[in-house]
Design a protein around this ligand. Sequence first.
Ligand SMILES: [Zn+2]
Length: 207
Amino acid sequence: MFSPFHWRWALPLLAAAVAIAAALAGILVTGARRWTRVAEPLSGALLLGVALFGLLPELAQEIGWIPALVLFALGYFLLSASSLHRFTIPLIATAALHTFIDGWGLASLQSSGSLGVRIAFPMAVMLHKAPEGLALGAMLESSTGSKRRAFAWVAAVELITVAGSAVGFALAAGAWISYLLAVTGGSFVYLGAHAVRGLTSRQSHQS
Ligand SMILES: [Zn+2]
């Protein structure tokens, strides 16, 4: 089996830790929500940039523009449809599937993919983990009505990132990984756009 402290585990473990720390801060520290009003749109804009100008052109070069755009759109709409339903179980299931693919992508890329994808995808994963943890913590706190249960669920869901990487390391990655990454890229665009839109709607609300 795998050595647990091998360097390749560093990225998935760090990604999960960032999201769990962000969820803990968002749930426990009252002032953290004010801070995220600035940090969230900033990381959202960065995420949008990396997904659209880093990941998309790189994947398009590998699988073609039409399939890349169609799969990006699919990822975008899958996430937007599932985030409409803020019930606990579908929310946890969708989030678990999402973090699984985060981890799977991180692991599979270390052995395959173009250099551009190997840079853009981990950047997109790291950029969205803090807002992801905050958003999951807030949504689960409102749906479970308990800070403790919300945090426990976020921690469990985020550790699935590491489980996804374990599967990614175990399976040999093929050309199909680019198609999966394109779907994930679309969900990054949704998350990024959502974070940026949060700022503009708050600004128009204030004025
Ligand atoms: Zn994620």
